[in-house]
Ligand binder design. Structure first.
Ligand code: ZN
Ligand code: FE
Length: 255
């Protein structure tokens, strides 16, 4: 039986996601940016929370965990390296571990770079990746606790997943990401079309997740650091892709 997904806005720009296994009724929240927003979404869908799967330890992803766990008794699964910040965890996981939500199974991928403990959850059968703040629609997370090459390696790992992988990220930053993307890849017709589509979606208050890996490979500059056109646009023709990525990340910080 299939999985159902529900996305909704939390706080100011965090994206809440519920993953629902129709066979067993199990439901997972990806992070808990805000307990009330997640509870509201559960009521709307008439789903009962059974799991909380945590991508990383930043406060805007874990702040609602204590309240929501207390109310629902949900099983909390968190990155091994975030054990200290998520004391409510029932299970600590790292690269290669499997996580079950009812009959749905995710593989854990270590995706450090945004922060050292960051993991992503890949539901291979459902073509679904929950990538937290590693990759965004048309963007990627900021780098902390690492060199940009660490985040670049994580993005390369995500790039190696099947092209039809749907990617849910942790924030709705798409319009600002799109403007930056156009500044370095302005002749990219696919990117221009996506920007036009996203402008309409955001005007209608729709979230721009999930995206697909194929679309990101075609338009997300942070996955295109090896592309000659992007390299030329930042004056780094022929440079190492990891160095181009670092330059792009730096430019986005100043954008
Ligand atoms: Zn974060
Ligand atoms: Fe965040």
């Amino acid at each position: 039986m299939p999985a159902a997904f529900h996305t909704f806005l939390c706080r100011t720009d965090n994206i809440g996601v519920l993953i629902h296994d129709e066979a067993t009724g199990s439901t997972a929240s990806v992070d808990v940016p805000e307990a009330e927003a997640v509870e509201r979404a559960l009521r709307e869908k008439n789903w009962r929370l059974t799991h909380i799967i945590v991508t990383h330890r930043h406060l805007d992803h874990i702040e609602g965990i204590p309240a929501l766990k207390a109310k629902t008794g949900a099983r909390v699964i968190a990155p091994k390296k975030a054990a200290a910040q998520v004391p409510q965890a029932d299970e600590l996981v790292g690269d290669g571990d499997k996580v079950k939500v009812g009959e749905l199974t995710a593989s854990v991928l270590d995706t450090p770079g945004h922060c050292a403990d960051h993991i992503s959850y890949w539901f291979a059968k459902e073509n679904a990746l929950f990538a937290g703040d590693t990759i965004f629609t048309l963007g990627c997370g900021r780098v902390s606790e690492a060199t940009p090459s660490v985040l670049w390696s994580s993005l390369q790992r995500i790039s190696a997943l099947p092209d039809n992988t749907r990617i849910w990220s942790g924030h709705e930053y798409t319009l600002s990401n799109a403007k930056f993307a156009l500044s370095v890849d302005g002749n990219n017709e696919t990117l221009k079309n996506r920007y036009a589509k996203f402008e309409k979606q955001r005007a209608a208050n729709e979230l721009t997740v999930p995206t697909t890996l194929a679309e990101e490979k075609a338009t997300n500059p942070f996955l295109r650091a090896g592309d000659p056109k992007v390299q030329k646009a930042v004056g780094m023709a022929g440079a190492d892709a990891s160095a181009v990525f670092a330059e792009l990340r730096e430019r986005k910080n100043r954008f």
